[in-house]
Design a protein around this ligand. Structure first.
Ligand SMILES: C[S@@+](CC[C@H](N)C(=O)[O-])C[C@H]1O[C@@H](n2cnc3c(N)ncnc32)[C@H](O)[C@@H]1O
Length: 244
């Protein structure tokens, strides 16, 4: 998994996506979790990136711990929290081994599940019961095979880089490659799952898939983003996990 350390720093250097400010999407997501739980609570965010969601969640009263592998992500989270006048416990660490404390009322993992192989995903999920308070829920974005298989071949060109998508059909993984102007490339590879695949991954973990929230889809021909799509068309869904 060596690419994980270099990919997201390079992606941030080229696009600024992890060092940006808050977007309405982060506020909407924070509001959705508050509505689902009925009130603010303690929240652990895994793979928190630059902390935009963590800060949006803290703004509506959640007590947030943001765990991120890259130190630059933690620094940006702290900077954003100070800018917006909220407290976030921003930690640098590896979610397979770190001890973020807890238990928490909510776990969130946005835009990143599938970074490992099935055994690694199962290893991560097996930690959830230890982090989840009784009655708590985990919210995990999961990429769908059907969207990403179709999206393969799409490219986006800018003066600084060319981004191109592929799909490893044998391993059911989306491939996302940035080719820099100097010819160097970095690729992220993320395992895609259906809800039924997630149920299988959860076997033996003391967790169940309680709800499936279909996400959006990008239409590459029209260049338009549709924030809510049917499950069979969305690029990811949120798996809501609870104790069995
Ligand atoms: C695609 S980014 C998404 C960031 C953020 N969740 C968002 O939605 O903007 C995935 C993040 O997961 C982090 N990550 C990957 N593997 C990790 C690990 N083992 N422990 C902690 N964070 C990890 C990466 O460094 C990266 O910042």
């Amino acid at each position: 998994m060596d690419w994980v350390h270099s990919f997201y720093d390079t992606q941030d250097e080229l696009t600024g996506c992890h060092s940006s400010g808050l977007h309405p999407h982060h506020h909407a997501l924070a509001a959705r979790l508050t509505a689902h739980r009925g009130q603010p609570g303690s929240l652990l965010e895994l793979g928190a990136g630059g902390g935009q969601f963590a800060v949006a969640a803290a703004q509506v009263g959640h007590a947030v711990t943001a765990l991120e592998l890259r130190p630059s992500g933690t620094v940006h989270t702290q900077r954003l929290a100070a800018l917006h006048g909220v407290q976030v416990n921003a930690m640098t660490g590896d979610f397979y081994t770190a001890d973020p404390g807890g238990p928490f009322d909510m776990l969130a993992y946005w835009d990143g599940f599938g970074v490992g192989d099935d055994a690694e995903q199962a290893r991560l999920l097996a930690r959830f019961p230890e982090w989840l308070a009784p009655g708590g829920a985990a919210y995990v974005d999961v990429y769908t095979p059907w969207y990403w298989a179709q999206h393969a071949g799409f490219t986006r060109e800018t003066p600084a880089y060319v981004q191109s998508y592929g799909f490893d059909a044998d391993r059911c993984r989306l491939l996302d490659t940035y080719a820099r102007a100097d010819g160097k490339t970095v690729t992220q590879s993320l395992r895609c799952y259906s809800p039924e695949d997630v149920r299988r991954l959860l076997h033996g973990t003391a967790l169940v898939l309680d709800e499936v929230w279909p996400g959006g889809r990008f239409d590459p021909r029209a260049g338009t983003w549709h924030p809510r799509a049917p499950l069979g068309e969305c690029l990811s869904f949120t798996a809501v996990l609870k104790r069995a």
